[in-house]
Write a protein of this length. Structure first.
Length: 148
């Protein structure tokens, strides 16, 4: 894993909740609001995937949400990264093998970072977002290399 030397720009995140019990979602909010305050580093929730660098996904993803999740992913500009938050999205969690679940999420869209936990703590969420940031920086360098 590379080292994050500086923040060149803000990192905008879009949150998609697919069948989550809401606890993972609350921990995302906890990571962004004043106690942990990831926003001070420019990590900011945005209202459209078209503006987002990172997709945060929670929940086991019911079948009727799978296509919507694919569309959200496709609308994001490159380079982009996907972070799965919680056991439900990572493995199916307590819904594993359920008849109405299309997840785990990596069977629907590519995933870059997994944050296990039920729910994971805000520290783990921030750590996962930083890992996604490193991935995006690497992809940006690769894209710049192709332009030269
Ligand atoms: S991983 Fe746990 S806390 Fe997160 S959505 Fe699933 S059941 Fe809820």
């Amino acid at each position: 894993m590379g080292k994050l030397t500086s923040f060149k720009r803000s990192l905008w995140v879009f949150h998609a909740s697919g069948g989550s019990c809401n606890a993972c979602d609350i921990e995302i909010i906890a990571a962004l609001t004043p106690r942990y305050d990831a926003e001070r580093f420019g990590i900011k929730l945005v209202g459209s995937p078209r503006h987002a660098d990172v997709l945060l996904v929670t929940g086991a993803i019911p079948r009727d949400f799978a296509d919507k999740l694919r569309r959200i992913y496709e609308q994001m500009p490159d380079p982009k990264a996907v972070v799965v938050i919680g056991n439900c999205g990572t493995t199916g969690g307590v819904f594993y093998d359920s008849y109405n679940i299309a997840g785990p999420i990596d069977e629907i869209i590519p995933v870059d970072v997994y944050i296990p936990g039920c729910p994971p703590r805000p520290e783990a969420i921030i750590d996962g977002i930083v890992k996604a940031w490193l991935k995006i920086e690497k992809l940006e360098k690769e894209l710049e290399g192709k332009k030269e």
